[in-house]
Ligand binder design. Structure first.
Ligand SMILES: Nc1nc2c(ncn2[C@@H]2O[C@H](COP(=O)(O)OP(=O)(O)O)[C@@H](O)[C@H]2O)c(=O)[nH]1
Ligand SMILES: [Mg+2]
Length: 98
């Protein structure tokens, strides 16, 4: 270690990741893998376990900060369209202001 390589980043570099997809296809599990801990509730269910967008932050060994945003299955949601719309807006705000 100690040498420079192509993946090196400066300490204040940051990425925002939004996890999108159908319910049950592993968004929360993927988020937990990236965070390295069980932050998001992930389990086998055809009903979404995640009901609202949630942001968690982690810092990798190389200093890169990653904001991970988990979302409910926004496009197979059985809720009211305006509720879904508000959740999509909330998710975009989380990504924008993080
Ligand atoms: N075999 C396998 N199972 C997975 C994978 N990703 C997620 N799962 C499982 O699929 C189920 C649903 O995952 P979840 O993260 O809750 O999906 P979400 O609704 O998209 O957030 C859980 O039981 C996970 O353990 C994967 O890459 N491989
Ligand atoms: Mg989920």
């Amino acid at each position: 270690m100690g040498g420079s390589n192509d993946w090196e980043v400066t300490n204040n570099e940051k990425r925002t990741l939004v996890l999108l997809g159908r319910t049950g296809n592993g968004k929360s599990a993927t988020g937990n893998s990236i965070l390295g801990s069980k932050e998001f509730n992930s389990k086998c269910s055809s009903n979404g376990v995640t009901s609202a967008c949630e942001l968690k932050t982690t810092r990798l060994d190389n200093g890169l900060i990653i904001d991970v945003i988990d979302t409910p299955g926004l496009f197979d949601f059985t809720g009211e369209p305006d509720v879904i719309g508000k959740e999509i807006v909330k998710c975009m705000e989380l990504a924008h202001y993080s």
